[in-house]
Ligand binder design. Structure first.
Ligand code: UD1
Length: 361
């Protein structure tokens, strides 16, 4: 059996790692990794392959950055001949980025079966580029690996047949579970001179937060106010760095400490000992919930509602003032949560479905 994973952006690599390990443990299964090249900076891509021991991708399509249409079209065009050569039994796609939907479309058009890891998430927000990627990918794919019960319910509501859905849990949490002791040994907070349990880590990269200068300036004002009280560390996604610099906000960051993107282990270590995390990332909402670290999500909605209803996540629908008020209100407490099948074994379930035809309802 030959399985091809198509990945392209930072969160994809984190979800791929445990699946690659579980597939490698199966005799008679060949796993080929195709990197679209959507993310290409060493700190956004290569470091993850090295740190997770994934080796180099078997193919790199080198599509790079571009508009949604250009990026998606380039992936379609360059992936098709690779799929024709490989003739995999399954193409696996991950998450909700442009590489996900393009990978699924290229494969199904060739009659190759597609499985979607992290299926069924819905924010209901059609202004979000990822929402279209999620819906389209789920309806293209033959097999849908859902991370949570709400995701299963979304798929059922959209009329997807029961036999196409498998409730396997969350592969991003598999990676967290496998990495936590190394992250704790690293004690990254000390390296940055941050007091254990007494600082805020922030990440922002969504177009809705960083592409609008007024919105970004308002959020930076909120972060500066927080940094007057507790240290604030801001690892900057390249998209956000460009926007911060273009808006002239780099010089006005005050005590907010801006750094380059961090390695997975370093970031996990810093999140684990933070007082609070502020973010618009999907993965961090889940990781903080698992760890019990309070998370303030700078979005009006989330496709991961379980992190709010069961976990530590709170949506901040307003701007910088609301963020500062929530971060500094003294009400934040650590509270680890247990979410069904977020147990470090999701990738094993995925491989059991693919290779043994097992069912997970
Ligand atoms: C993409 C995903 C988003 C995901 C995020 C994780 C889509 C539509 N968006 O957003 O869902 O949460 O990845 O990080 O797929 N850039 C670099 N170096 C890189 C990559 C990007 O400088 O290695 C810069 C380029 O200027 C590029 C911009 O960042 O134009 C945006 O990159 P892109 O891949 O289009 O989207 P992300 O914002 O990274």
């Amino acid at each position: 059996m030959r399985v091809a994973s198509v990945v392209g952006a930072r969160p994809n690599f984190i979800k791929l790692a445990p699946v690659a390990r579980a597939l490698a443990s199966r005799r008679g299964v060949e796993h080929v990794v195709v990197h679209t090249g959507q993310h290409y900076d060493a700190g956004m891509s290569e470091i993850f392959f090295t740190d997770f021991g994934l080796g180099l991708p078997d193919y790199n399509l080198g599509v790079g950055s571009g508009s949604h249409a250009k990026q998606t079209a380039a992936i379609l065009e360059r992936l098709e001949p690779v799929c024709v050569t490989l003739q995999p039994d399954w193409v696996l796609v991950y998450g909700d980025v442009n590489s996900t939907v393009a990978g699924a479309l290229a494969a199904v058009k060739l009659g190759i079966r597609v499985a979607h890891v992290e299926a069924g998430l819905r924010s209901g927000d059609r202004t979000m580029p990822e929402e279209h990627n999620r819906v389209a990918t789920d309806h293209l794919a033959d097999l849908l690996f859902a991370p949570s019960r709400d995701a299963v319910a979304n798929l059922r509501r959209e009329g997807i047949a029961e036999e196409r859905i498998a409730f396997v849990g969350n592969t991003m949490i598999d990676t967290l579970v496998a990495s936590l002791s190394a992250a704790r040994e690293l004690r990254a907070a000390r390296r940055y001179g941050l007091p254990d349990g007494g600082y805020l880590v922030v990440t922002l990269h969504r177009p809705s937060n960083v592409d609008d200068d007024a919105r970004l300036a308002d959020l930076m004002r909120g972060l500066r106010a927080i940094a007057e009280q507790i240290p604030v560390l801001f690892p900057l996604h390249p998209r956000s760095r460009q926007r911060v610099e273009a808006a002239g906000l780099g010089r006005q960051s005050g005590r907010v400490r801006c750094v380059n993107p961090l390695s997975y282990i370093e970031m996990l270590s810093l999140v684990d000992t933070a007082m609070v995390v502020a973010t618009d990332s999907g993965g961090l909402q889940e990781e903080t919930t698992f760890l019990g670290v309070p998370c303030l999500t700078l979005r009006p909605n989330t496709e991961r509602p379980v992190t709010v209803s069961v976990g530590t996540n709170r949506l901040i629908k307003g701007g910088g003032d609301d963020l500062a008020a929530a971060a500094l209100d003294g009400q934040l407490a650590r509270r680890p949560s247990i979410i069904e099948r977020w147990d470090g074994h999701s990738a094993e379930r995925i491989v059991a479905v693919l290779c043994d035809g097992e069912r997970f309802d």
